[in-house]
Write a protein that binds this ligand. Sequence first.
Ligand code: PRP
Length: 179
Amino acid sequence: MHKKRYKILLSEAEIRDRVQELAQDINADYSGEELLVVGILKGAFIFMSDLVRELTIPISVDFMDMSSYGASTRSSGEVRILKDLETPIEGKNVIVVEDIVDTGLTLSYIAELLHTRNPKSLRICTLLDKPSRRKIDITSDYCGFTIPDYFVVGYGLDYNEKHRNYRDICILEPTEHED
Ligand code: PRP
């Protein structure tokens, strides 16, 4: 019987330090401005809650929820909106916050869509980036960690909706050995 094993890739302390650095960059870049922070559900919810508490500029928050039509069709670029923003973004500084960029399909879809709504500025902040998996050329303006192609869980990221509450980001490894 297969059992899953977890190895820490990024510890709670490493994540906390990096989130503080990202927030310092954002505070400096938007000094004197207001910012709308847009979290992409569900994966970004923990990263976003930690990030916004480190921001000292005036912010408001909103959320979007996106879905692909399933793993097999994600590569075809079929992304749909499950929940749209409640806030009009025309003329506003917007940062989209993601937990991870993988193929880039989700973020490129979101970025294209939000650009049509004429924000004053639009930037992307992701905690994790897996450039080796990229199918669409998209770069984040703020990136926490670039990681290899590991399946990772914790700090908002899930495996079958589980493990989002882990404080560390862990590599999920299948193993045939019982612990
Ligand atoms: C994950 C992640 C990003 C997307 C990245 O979301 O949160 O939104 O996949 O993948 P991509 O770059 O290949 O598009 P997921 O669909 O797993 O939903 P979740 O955030 O609810 O876990």
